[in-house]
Design a protein around this ligand. Structure first.
Ligand SMILES: Cc1cc2nc3c(=O)[nH]c(=O)nc-3n(C[C@H](O)[C@H](O)[C@H](O)COP(=O)(O)OP(=O)(O)OC[C@H]3O[C@@H](n4cnc5c(N)ncnc54)[C@H](O)[C@@H]3O)c2cc1C
Length: 402
């Protein structure tokens, strides 16, 4: 990366200053989004069709292995650049954005954190180039926020191999995935370690196993062309080297994976909010009531000013978390703040946009209701608002306890 900073992008004055590499990546991505993604986004929202061709195109652009090192077929980008990429995609197609974010941060993210050299060489090149899509299975019907309560079990056999049983709920790329990272209990929690102890991670290609099936595909409020499905494991035989990371100790990797994932979900909330804000700003300048553009009512222009300011503040919180991650520093609390704030103001921006469009905001011909429906997930996935507040409040109470 060069350190030359260019002026912020003129089409979005709030974009953070970019270096030359970022400018060229974001420029190429914007062209692709404008030509290949934007034209069909509203229709895919209606049909729910998964955009395989578009995902392959993003693979060619290096976006599907954005943060995976070049030696494993990826682009090796830093987290700040990844957040910019996610914001751009979200501003055009929320469904596609969730696909890209989870494929990169969850599936590849976990392999990068917990994988052996051999596992990285086996799985990452196909994922980074979008030859295979990646899914990550933590959530179960009975365990969401409290993910340590999972019921899936993997039992080790005398020859070292594993037999996996159980199910996973709400898994992004669940039915279109090629490579799966899944969590299962392998051991009882050790004394004094809490119920998150004794959980292990496994990685496998779907084509290499039997006993794996897809349950229900979810019919969702938004993100309708992102694939969300239940995974069912019935005596899946996995080789000994499917174990990803340390036996019984996967939860610490899960927390790191989620920290990384939250940068992406925060940027997704921001991008969708930005799209709604930009649409509303243009609309209110064109729509006339009482003989003048509605934007010329101070109530509306001040609300636009507030949203503009909040979105920019969200972008800075995301950048702070991204920079701490790239510096190898602990970013758990900063990214919880970034996700909580960016997704809250992102959804607020969508809601305000609907209000500013009046009845038209409620009609599917206009995109803002889709932005709102898509964005509502960002306050739930990869840790709800309340889970972020748990993380932040624990830190606050610890800091001021003495
Ligand atoms: C579209 C979509 C895609 C997803 N993709 C994936 C994926 O790829 N992989 C994966 O593993 N999971 C995935 N998920 C699951 C997602 O991460 C969970 O839905 C989320 O973590 C919340 O869990 P839950 O739905 O079981 O809600 P619950 O945990 O049951 O929570 C219900 C409510 O209770 C609140 N609550 C719970 N505990 C507390 C507490 N201690 N204090 C205060 N409030 C609390 C929550 O904040 C929430 O408001 C996806 C979900 C959706 C909808």
């Amino acid at each position: 990366m060069t350190s030359t900073l260019n002026r912020p992008d003129i089409t979005n004055p709030n974009t953070l200053p970019m270096n030359d590499d970022q400018r060229s990546i974001i420029g190429a991505l914007r062209d692709f989004l404008k030509n290949e993604v934007e034209p069909g986004a509203a229709e895919r929202d209606q049909t729910g069709e998964f955009p395989h061709d578009i995902v392959r195109g993003l693979g060619d652009l290096g976006i599907m292995g954005a943060q995976t090192p070049e030696e494993y077929g990826g682009s090796g980008l830093d987290t700040a650049t990844f957040a910019m990429i996610i914001e751009e995609i979200a501003a055009v197609d929320g469904s596609l954005c969730l696909t890209v974010a989870s494929h990169n941060s969850l599936c590849q993210g976990h392999i990068l954190i917990g994988g052996t050299e051999e596992q990285k060489r086996t799985f990452l090149p196909d994922l980074a180039t979008a030859k295979k899509l990646g899914a990550w299975g933590l959530t179960e019907p009975g365990s969401g926020s409290d993910s340590g309560g999972m019921q899936s079990r993997a039992a080790q056999q005398p020859d070292g191999s594993w037999i996996l049983n159980g199910s996973k709920n709400f898994i992004t790329q669940g039915s279109v995935g090629g490579t799966y990272v899944v969590l299962a209990r392998t051991d009882a929690a050790r004394e004094g370690r809490g119920k998150n102890d004794g959980i292990s991670a496994f990685v496998f290609n779907r084509d290499d196993v039997t006993g794996f099936s897809i349950g229900r595909k979810e019919d969702k409020l938004g993100l309708r062309s992102s694939d969300t499905a239940q995974l069912i494991f019935e005596d899946i035989h996995l080789p000994a080297d499917a174990l990803l990371g340390e036996r019984g100790n996967a939860f610490k990797d899960v927390m790191r994976v989620l920290d990384g994932g939250r940068v992406g979900i925060a940027a997704m909330g921001l991008g969708l909010g930005r799209a709604a804000f930009e649409y509303a700003a243009r609309y209110t300048l064109q729509r006339e009531q009482f003989g003048r553009p509605i934007a010329h009512n101070q109530d509306i222009s001040f609300r636009l000013a507030d949203i503009d300011t909040k979105l920019d503040a969200a972008r800075l919180l995301i950048r702070k978390a991204a920079d701490l991650k790239d510096a190898g520093l602990n970013f758990t609390v900063p990214v919880a703040r970034a996700k909580l704030y960016a997704t809250t103001v992102g959804v607020e921006a969508c809601d305000e946009a609907i209000q500013m469009l009046g009845g038209y905001g409620y009609i599917k011909e206009y995109p803002v209701e889709r932005y709102w429906r898509d964005n509502r997930l960002t306050r739930i996935g990869e840790g709800t608002d309340e889970v972020q507040r748990l993380v932040i409040s624990r830190d606050v109470l610890k800091r001021f306890a003495d």
